[in-house]
Write a protein that binds this ligand. Structure first.
Ligand SMILES: [Mg+2]
Length: 218
């Protein structure tokens, strides 16, 4: 049985980081706060990141008199999807040029995309950048607050990838500690991609083929 090769999406396949003052993610979260009359400051924007929402949604909502955190989450999800799709359409989110090298690996490994982005966004990325020939499956997270418990660093989505690809072993390429944690929990070998030259396993997808070769031989 061939080992699988899984990829995180943001920071690995697409460049979705936007350092402009009014970027798409800031826009989405500011609109969410505005909908509930919550002060639009950095601290409150940060509270809407997934890792904070999954632990602190109830506490954050209670502080601002929102009885049901699901109401806040639904609005946050709506704005997040709208703004991210708009950024994709506008060309503010781009495909990393080194993704083209991955087609050389498709004959060796069944490949998949697994992302903490909502499924609709992951599907749009695959369509927009014509990635269907590269990945046999693309898995995004669910859109309910409850489904956040399945998002990385939980292993659930990576286990789903293993089941779909009928593989028991493989690798997962990610750019964040949560990717490494999820990979290990799912019994996969994590490969840390660090694009800014810091310490990591690879610094570009161009290095991936050789890296895989080296660890198979070692
Ligand atoms: Mg990432």
């Amino acid at each position: 049985m061939r080992p699988l090769l899984g990829f995180d999406m943001d920071g690995v396949i697409i460049d979705s980081e936007d350092f402009s003052e009014v970027n798409w993610i800031c826009e989405a979260f500011t609109k969410t706060l505005r909908d509930f009359g919550i002060p639009e400051n950095e601290e409150n924007i940060r509270a809407l990141y997934i890792k904070n929402m999954r632990c602190n949604a109830a506490v954050f909502c209670r502080r601002f008199g929102i009885d049901d955190p699901r109401l806040m989450w639904e609005r946050r999800e709506e704005h997040y999807i709208t703004e991210k799709l708009a950024a994709l359409n506008a060309g503010a989110i781009t495909l990393y040029p080194d993704v083209r090298i991955l087609k050389d690996l498709t004959c060796k490994y069944p490949m998949a995309l697994v992302s903490n982005s909502p499924q609709v966004v992951v599907d749009r990325v695959v369509t927009r950048f014509s990635l269907a020939g590269l990945f046999r499956v693309q898995i995004g997270r669910g859109s309910s607050l409850q489904s956040l418990s399945r998002a990385k660093p939980a292993p659930d989505m990576l286990n789903e990838m293993k089941a779909v690809l009928k593989a028991t072993a493989g690798y997962y390429v990610g750019d964040e500690p949560g990717d490494v944690q999820a990979a290990l929990a799912a019994g996969l070998l994590p490969i840390r991609l660090v694009r800014d030259g810091g310490p990591g396993d690879i610094h570009s997808l161009i290095e991936l083929g050789d890296y895989l070769q080296r660890i198979v031989l070692s």
